[in-house]
Write a protein that binds this ligand. Structure first.
Ligand SMILES: Cc1ncc(COP(=O)(O)O)c(C=O)c1O
Length: 537
C-alpha cells in the first residue's frame, strides 16, 4: 500500500498514517482507540478513503468492527464506503409490522443455555447420526475444529454412493448417449435413461414427462415455456408469483413479460410471514395464464399448500409451475397428488451432482410445446430448409447431456429412497423445531418466517438477523473461529429481503445428515460471535 501510494505524493502522508495505524490498531484491538493513534489520524483529516477502508478491511474482515473503528476515528459518513449494517430498516413502499427481536434487552448476550430437547428422535441413534458416516466431507476439521455444515439450502453434500457412481461412470463406461452402437455407449445410454426412470418414480411421474436440464432448471423452465407462452401471453395477461420466489423463478419471467407485454403480479406475505394464499386466490382471474410458486421457501422455511393452490389456478384455466428445489430433497413429492402442470428441482440440493436438474411437465403439455434449443438429438429429421422434432423429452435435450451427472442423480435418488423420504421429512421436522427453539433463545435475534405450531411445519432452516451485527460478520466469524458453515446475504431473494425491510440475513439450513449436536455447536458459536461483537460497544 505504501509502495503504491508513493507514486502519488499526496497519498504518502496518508499511507504512513495507515501503516502506523495498522500496528497501533493491531495491538490495541478490541480496546478503545489509543489517543496517539487518534491524533495521527487527526493530522490527516482528508485521509484517502479507499486506502483507509482497505486498511480497515485488512485489519478485520468484519463489517461491524470496521464500522466501529470508523466511529472511534470520527470518520465522517461521507467518507465511508463500507456497507451499513443492513438490519437498520430500509424504506419500503409498504406498511409491515416493525422489526421485533426475541429479546428486547440490548445488553451483552447471556451464556448459551442448556439444550432444550431431550427428544429421543434427536438422540445418538438419530437419522443424522446414522447417515453421517455416508458423507466423507463431513468428517474433517478446519482450524482444529469439527466442521459443522449448515448451508444445505445452497447445496447438499454427496454420499459415498453418489461419488462412486460418478467415478464408476468415468472409469468403466464413459461414452456418449443415444448415438453409438458399441458396448460403452449402450451401457451409458441405459444408465442415463435408468436415471430418468428413477427421477420419474421418485415424484410419481412418467419417464417421458421428465426433462433433464443442464444448469439450473428453474432458470431454464421459462426457456422451455417461453415459446408456447409467447403464442398466447399478450399484453395484460398475467403471471402470478409470490414475493418470496427465488431470483431464478423471477428474472426469466421478467424476460418473458418484457417480450410479451404480460404483467407479473406478486402475492404478499401474511402477518405470520408466509405467502398469503388467500390473497393469491383473490388475485387469480381468467387473465391469469400461469402461476409460478415455490413449494418450500429458501428464506422463510414456509411450506405452501400446493395441491390447494393448483386446484384454484385450474378453476380459472391457469397453469402452475412449482419450484420444488427446497421440497423434493426433503419430503415426499407426488406430482399426481399435487396435480402440478410443471415442477422443477435441482440435483445438487438432493445429494446429487451439480450441473443438472429436472423439469416435470404433464405429457400433453410437453407434447404441445415446440423445442426451445436446437442441436443434436432433439430432432426427428433435418432438411436444408426445415427440421422435424423428436418427441419429448428428447425434443428438449439438445446436444450431449450431463451424462455422469444424471447417473449420479440416479444414485442419489436410490440413496434417498433407501432411507425413505417420509423418514427424512419426519426427522427434519424435529430438527427444524429444535433449531428454531434454540435460535429463539439467542438475545436480540429476529427469525424470519412463521413460528412452528401444530398446524405449521417449518422446513429445517432459519434465516435470521441479530441486532447490530452484520449477517456477513456472523457468517465470517462462525466460519473462521468455529468452522460452522452458514450462509449470509440475500439468498437470491432480494425482493423478499426488501419486503422484510433488510438487505440481508444469515441462514442456517439443515439436511437429514445433520444432528442436534450440529445445532448445539452452531448456537454455542453464535453466542460467542455475539459476545465478540458486543465487546466493541
Ligand atoms: C427455492 C429455490 N429455487 C431455485 C433455486 C435455484 O437452484 P439452483 O441453485 O440449482 O440454480 C434455489 C437455490 O437456492 C432455491 O432455493
Amino acid at each position: 500500500m505504501l509502495k503504491s501510494a508513493t507514486k502519488c505524493p499526496e497519498h504518502v502522508g496518508h499511507a504512513i498514517c495507515c501503516v502506523l495505524a495498522v500496528s497501533v490498531l493491531d495491538t490495541l484491538l478490541p480496546c478503545p482507540m489509543h489517543p496517539i493513534a487518534v491524533s495521527i489520524f487527526t493530522v490527516c483529516p482528508t485521509l484517502h478513503k479507499v486506502i483507509f477502508q482497505s486498511l480497515l478491511a485488512s485489519i478485520s474482515p468484519y463489517y461491524s468492527v470496521q464500522e466501529k473503528m470508523m466511529d472511534v476515528l470520527n470518520i465522517p459518513s461521507s467518507l465511508r464506503i463500507i456497507k451499513p449494517n443492513p438490519i437498520s430498516s430500509i424504506p419500503t413502499n409498504r406498511t409491515f409490522r416493525t422489526l421485533t427481536f426475541a429479546s428486547a434487552s440490548a445488553s451483552a448476550p447471556a451464556p448459551a443455555p442448556a439444550p432444550l430437547s431431550t427428544d429421543p428422535k434427536l438422540g445418538p441413534q438419530s437419522l443424522g447420526h446414522l447417515t453421517r458416516p455416508d458423507f466423507p466431507i463431513l468428517h474433517q476439521e478446519l482450524n482444529g475444529k469439527r466442521l459443522v455444515y449448515l448451508d444445505n439450502g445452497a447445496t447438499s453434500q454427496k454420499p459415498t454412493a453418489v461419488l462412486k457412481a460418478l467415478q464408476n461412470y468415468y472409469e468403466a463406461y464413459n461414452s456418449n448417449v443415444h448415438r453409438g452402437i458399441h458396448y460403452l455407449s449402450a451401457k451409458a445410454t441405459d444408465e442415463y435413461e435408468l436415471a430418468r426412470q428413477k427421477v420419474a418414480n421418485f415424484i410419481n411421474a412418467e419417464c417421458r414427462e421428465i426433462v433433464f436440464f443442464i444448469r439450473s432448471v428453474v432458470n431454464n423452465s421459462p426457456n422451455l415455456y417461453n415459446y408456447q407462452v409467447c403464442f398466447y401471453l399478450t399484453r395484460n395477461w398475467q403471471v402470478i408469483l409470490t414475493v418470496a420466489e427465488h431470483h431464478s423463478a423471477i428474472v426469466p419471467w421478467q424476460f418473458v413479460a418484457q417480450k410479451t407485454g404480460a404483467v407479473l403480479k406478486f402475492v404478499s406475505l401474511t402477518e405470520d410471514e408466509v405467502p398469503d394464499v388467500e390473497k393469491l386466490r383473490e388475485m387469480l382471474s381468467r387473465k391469469t395464464k400461469l402461476l409460478v410458486v415455490h413449494h418450500v421457501s429458501n428464506v422463510l422455511a414456509s411450506v405452501l399448500p400446493i395441491d390447494q393452490i393448483v386446484s384454484w389456478a385450474h378453476d380459472v384455466g391457469a397453469k402452475v409451475l412449482v419450484d420444488a428445489c427446497q421440497s423434493v430433497p426433503h419430503m415426499v413429492v407426488d406430482v399426481k397428488n399435487l396435480d402440478a402442470d410443471f415442477l422443477v428441482a435441482s440435483s445438487h440440493k438432493m445429494c446429487g451432482p451439480t450441473g443438472i436438474g429436472f423439469l416435470y411437465g404433464k405429457r400433453e403439455l410437453l407434447s404441445a410445446m415446440p423445442p426451445f434449443l436446437g442441436g443434436g438429438e432433439m430432432i426427428s429429421d433435418v432438411y436444408f430448409d426445415h427440421s422435424t422434432y423428436a418427441e419429448p423429452p428428447s425434443r428438449f435435450e439438445a446436444g450431449t447431456p450431463a451424462i455422469g451427472e444424471a447417473i449420479g442423480l440416479g444414485a442419489a435418488i436410490d440413496y434417498l429412497s433407501d432411507i425413505g423420504m417420509q423418514k427424512i421429512h419426519d426427522y427434519e421436522v424435529e430438527l427444524a423445531n429444535y433449531l428454531y427453539d434454540r435460535l429463539l433463545t439467542v438475545p436480540n435475534v429476529r427469525i424470519y418466517g412463521p413460528a412452528p405450531s401444530r398446524t405449521i411445519n417449518r422446513a429445517a432452516l432459519c434465516s435470521f438477523n441479530v441486532e447490530d451485527v452484520h449477517p456477513t460478520d456472523i457468517a465470517t466469524f462462525l466460519d473462521q473461529q468455529h468452522s460452522v458453515a452458514i450462509r449470509s446475504g440475500h439468498h437470491c431473494a432480494q425482493p423478499l429481503h426488501r419486503y422484510l425491510g433488510v438487505n440481508a440475513s444469515a441462514r442456517a439450513s439443515l439436511h437429514f445428515y445433520n444432528t442436534k449436536d450440529d445445532v448445539d455447536d452452531f448456537i454455542r458459536a453464535l453466542h460467542d460471535t455475539i459476545s465478540f461483537f458486543a465487546s466493541f460497544k
